[in-house]
Design a protein around this ligand. Structure first.
Ligand code: HPA
Length: 265
């Protein structure tokens, strides 16, 4: 039996988007996680607040490995995450949703793998299609069904180390490299989910034009305010995407480590 998890990013940290919610803690080799288990339309779901319930964990200090391993141990087979992003693409405007299909990693100090040698060994996971095509298809379909929802069905997510925002020079460089949106949390989350053989996709919510494109300085309040304005729609989009997700079907994402005998961490 498959189980779906929602990882809520900035502005999406309330587990009450589910019914019958109860809190849980789980210890993993990398640290413990706090999560909520609940239901939506009679389907069991797990909710995890990436930055903590009160947005107290900055992007570069999130324990990504504990989060993903904890979800794996709970039986999660698919993760739909939310991420707040700045836009570097004039077509992607504040209030729009983007469903990234590629990422570029500019993080610097994070643990990006479960396989650091030693007993876990060394693994090189394929990243040709980092985001699960089935999950992505479900989000696209859900947006069409909801209507009144500007969803861009692809985009390249540039992940920075944070917690500071970018300089305009960095943004110009990212644009030249083909980036559409910029955020601080999708890497290594997506990489670890792929190593753990869990389907993964993220719905990015554009909260602002990136530094230097917008003519005023950027603030975290601006990001949180923009998230608050669209949080209802984002919640509807996430839940509708999950509603018809074939959670018990097999997927290529569940076999990413087949050549290594599967995920044995
Ligand atoms: N840069 C990085 N992360 C972000 C931004 C941004 O402009 N907006 C929301 N998250």
């Amino acid at each position: 039996m498959g189980l779906i998890a929602i990882i809520g990013g900035t502005g999406v940290c309330d587990p009450k988007i589910l019914s019958n919610v109860r809190e849980g803690y789980l210890d993993t080799y990398y640290g413990s996680i706090r999560y909520w288990k609940g239901t939506y339309n009679d389907r069991d779901l797990i909710f995890l607040a990436r930055h903590g319930r009160m947005h107290s964990i900055p992007p570069h200090l999130i324990n990504y490995r504990a989060n993903i391993l904890g979800l794996k141990r709970l039986g999660v087979t698919a993760i739909l995450a939310t991420t707040a992003v700045g836009s570097m693409n004039p077509e992607y405007k504040p209030g729009d949703f983007v469903l990234p299909d590629q990422f570029i990693d500019f993080t610097k100090s994070r643990h990006t793998s479960f396989f650091d040698g030693g007993t876990n060994g060394v693994v090189h996971v394929d990243m040709t299609e980092p985001y699960c095509p089935t999950l992505r298809r479900n989000v696209i379909q859900a947006a069409a069904e909801l209507g009144d929802c500007r969803l861009h069905d692809k985009g390249t997510y540039v992940c920075t180390e944070g917690p500071r925002f970018e300089t305009p020079a960095e943004i110009r460089m990212f644009q030249k490299l083909g980036g559409d949106i910029v955020g601080m949390t999708n890497v290594p989350e997506v990489c670890l989910a792929r190593e753990a053989e869990i389907c993964y996709a993220t719905v990015s919510m554009v909260t602002n034009f990136a530094a230097g494109i917008s003519d005023k300085p950027l603030t975290h309040e601006e990001v949180v305010d923009a998230m608050a304005k669209s949080s209802l729609r984002l919640r509807q989009l996430i839940l509708k995407s999950i509603e018809n997700y074939p959670v018990d079907e097999d997927c290529a994402c569940h076999h990413t480590l087949q050549a290594y005998g599967g995920f044995t961490v």
